[in-house]
Design a protein around this ligand. Structure first.
Ligand SMILES: [Fe+2]
Length: 299
């Protein structure tokens, strides 16, 4: 199950600056999951502060016509603080009476994992409900249509004051809209942007979609479409040296678009890696550039 964190009864309220300072002073290692409960203790204290978000929004409204607006990553989510090691964001969850209108919506009714660790707290309202599963990413290739051993872990509510910790490429969840408008605070760290988030079919337990392509993937695919000869050497370098199978596959396709006579060499390189994910991704990219969905895996 996602770690349902129980922090000691603590009504202490701290400011965002204080939270950041505590993390800095204690030199917490975000990769060490044993330290998450300690980080959660201070995150809970930040979550107790019901003024800092109001003040943040007030500042945003006051500077509404300037260019210094906050970083909205979606209409319902914005970044409050961003550093290399972690970022803090607030997410607004609206009650939605009509789930049919939510097709392809990442927020609700999409069964997904994360490619980052996520510590989250219910800040305001009854909070979304979430059905959870876990899986072992070391036991899969990560190909579309691949069946995953999804272990049911129960349903939780992120009501005000509750804390959950979703582990990167380990926890899977599907969010159900809250009964009334709710806000959660997120602390995100250990991004692995080279591995996409997966969407799973809850009935077939198969990976049916890659979510949120990275900027690097767009860049590689764009280079294939633009098709300048100067792109070929850097693309071969990505194919040969990059650690991401996704980026390798898209580079391979881009090369064959720009210089079709290099196809045999590209296929040989891919074959030599002996990696089922790389082979599958290249095959799919050959059939359809930008392919991220397999309808046969979905239900
Ligand atoms: Fe999620």
């Amino acid at each position: 199950m996602p770690l349902k964190l129980t922090v000691p009864m603590d009504s202490t309220s701290i400011e965002l600056d204080e939270f950041n300072e505590v993390l800095k002073q204690n030199k917490y290692d975000f990769r060490n999951q044993d330290q998450i409960p300690e980080i959660a203790r201070y995150f809970n204290q930040l979550n107790n502060n019901k003024k800092f978000l109001v003040n943040f929004l007030s500042d945003q409204l006051k500077s509404f016509h300037s260019s210094a607006k906050c970083d909205f990553i979606a209409p319902n989510a914005f970044v409050l603080y961003k550093k290399k090691r972690y970022k803090i964001r607030a997410v607004i969850w609206e009650p939605r009476p009509n789930l049919e209108s939510l097709e392809n919506n990442i927020d609700f009714e999409v069964c997904h994992d994360h490619n980052f660790d996520l510590l989250t707290a219910g800040y305001f309202g009854p909070g979304y409900k979430t059905r959870c599963y876990s899986y072992n990413s070391l036991q899969i290739n990560g190909t579309l249509n691949e069946r995953v051993n999804m272990i049911p872990e129960g349903t939780f509510s992120l009501s005000e004051g509750e804390l959950l910790f979703y582990r990167s490429k380990h926890d899977i969840h599907i969010q159900i809209p809250p009964d009334s408008l709710s806000v959660s605070l997120n602390c995100i760290f250990n991004d692995k942007v080279d591995i996409p988030q997966y969407q799973f079919c809850e009935k077939t337990h198969k990976i049916c979609r890659y979510l949120h392509s990275s900027k690097s993937e767009f860049l590689i695919r764009l280079s294939g479409v633009v098709g300048d000869q100067n792109f070929v050497d850097p693309l071969f370098s990505i194919l040969n040296n990059n650690g991401s199978m996704h980026q390798k596959a898209y580079a391979a396709k881009a090369i064959t678009q720009i210089v079709p006579y290099e196809r045999r060499q590209v296929e040989e390189i891919i074959s030599n890696f002996k990696n089922p994910l790389l082979q599958d991704l290249f095959k799919r990219e050959e059939l359809k550039i930008g392919s991220t969905y397999d309808s046969t895996a979905d239900c």
